[in-house]
Design a protein around this ligand. Structure first.
Ligand SMILES: Nc1nc2c(ncn2[C@@H]2O[C@H](COP(=O)(O)OP(=O)(O)OP(=O)(O)O)[C@@H](O)[C@H]2O)c(=O)[nH]1
Ligand SMILES: [Mg+2]
Length: 394
């Protein structure tokens, strides 16, 4: 690891130096104020000192610590959601199907899994044909169904989608567009509502969601984009005082980004905090992660949200969670009145079909997708086309 110190008049200026010298993978280890010039450090200029480091080997990501990696503000590029790198194909050679050497255990497992998948597909085809009054499913739709299931679209949603593709085909659209195109068009229509935080929608913005999904990290990313790229006057409030580390985590980000932070311990204290920041363009509010199954905690969160009266409330959900958990989360957070979905951990997700399942069932707009642990770089505006391509594997 190469570690270096940079001194500049402002944090963004220091970040530019860091990026220029250490490259885009540099992470910030520490920032502090220093005085340069003057006598014994007095009467000098106030400067920002940034200690940054870069891995000389390929970078291994570690869980964020309090002084999490804040990468250069200069690198805040225009949003474009890139799919995570695809895993390299496994070097498994096909086993002889009959006779020859016995297949390796992992090949037997793969073959069993494929047989299971085929059986499930056939059952789904039967169900779909039942829905359509026994009409045979066009064989060209079978691979589409398989791709959707592989991409994490729930079978009910996949069947509903194919039903709509069939309808479009029956209406004659199929003569011009192939079924794959019709499917993509239908999914794009279902995911078309994307709303972002441009600072004009409202001043008070809250992030809610279960524990550990990335609320605080995402809040820091958004704060950095708004403050450093869009030059908005941003303030932070945290209502997560359950863990000392939680407050310290956000305080560190607030100091690095250069935006004020207010900590509230009771819902009623929100009034004072909001009043204090009444001249700010955007107030971002972090909340404690709450299990949707703990009613007392959910009631308390509701009490905070009632006082807050946020113009925008984002339900933050991790793409690593399974279908049933995701549905439970969305279901239990619905009464709190969230109005957008924000999905995290795209980089860790095996199959991003969860996005389609949740949006289709709960009918709330998409907003952002986060793609890694680095603040502020790893966040993108949700792009339906990228999501659809990742789901269908093309
Ligand atoms: N891989 C990956 N990790 C992420 C992403 N976003 C956040 N994380 C990591 O997820 C972990 C939890 O992040 P936090 O921001 O503390 O999550 P939180 O929702 O605020 O957690 P609580 O406040 O405890 O509920 C940290 O290790 C983050 O670095 C992402 O997009 N991808
Ligand atoms: Mg948090």
């Amino acid at each position: 690891m190469r570690v270096k110190r940079f001194v500049a008049r402002s944090l963004p200026e220091a970040m530019v130096q860091v990026k220029a010298e250490l490259g885009p993978d540099a992470v910030i280890l520490h920032t502090n104020e220093v005085r340069v010039g003057g006598v014994f450090g007095l009467f000098g200029h106030r400067m920002i000192q940034v200690t940054a480091a870069v891995e000389e080997k390929p970078r291994v990501r570690e869980p964020a610590v309090v002084a999490a990696a804040v990468q250069t503000a200069a690198a805040l590029s225009a949003p474009s959601l890139q799919p995570p790198p695809q895993p390299a194909p496994s070097p498994v050679r096909p086993a002889p199907l009959a006779g020859g050497e016995p297949a390796a255990p992992e090949l037997v497992a793969v073959r069993d899994e494929m047989a299971g998948m085929k059986a499930m597909m056939n059952q789904l085809m039967d169900r779909l044909e039942e829905h359509a009054g026994g009409a045979k499913l066009d064989p060209v739709l079978r691979p589409l169904l398989a791709s959707m299931l592989r991409g994490g679209v729930h079978e009910d949603q996949a069947l509903a989608l194919l039903g709509r593709v069939r309808l479009r085909m029956a209406q004659g659209e199929g003569t011009r567009a192939e079924p794959g195109e019709l499917l993509r068009a239908q999914m794009a229509q279902d995911l078309s509502d994307v709303r972002t935080m441009d600072g004009s929608g409202g001043r008070v913005v809250a992030l809610v969601g279960p524990t550990g999904v990335g609320k605080t990290t995402t809040l820091a990313k958004l704060a950095a984009h708004l403050a450093l790229q869009q030059c908005k006057r941003v303030a932070l409030i945290t209502a997560d005082t359950y863990r000392i580390a939680a407050v310290e985590q956000l305080r560190t980000y607030s100091e690095i980004i250069g935006v004020p932070l207010e900590v509230v311990y009771e819902p009623v204290e929100l009034d004072r905090a909001l009043d204090r920041y009444r001249d700010r363009d955007v107030i971002l509010v972090d909340t404690a992660g709450r299990s949707p199954r703990n009613q007392a905690h959910m009631d308390e969160l509701r009490s905070y949200l009632d006082h807050l009266r946020a113009e925008e409330t984002y339900l933050v959900m991790s793409l690593t969670c399974g279908y049933r958990d995701a549905m439970t989360i969305a279901e239990h957070y619905m009464p709190l009145g969230f109005d957008r979905f924000l999905f995290t951990k795209w980089d860790e997700a095996a199959a991003p079909g969860l996005i389609y399942n949740v949006v289709q069932k709960y009918k709330r707009p998409l907003s952002y997708v986060t793609t890694g642990q680095s603040v502020p770089d790893d966040i993108e505006v949700a792009d339906p086309q990228t999501i659809i391509r990742a789901i269908l594997g093309d």
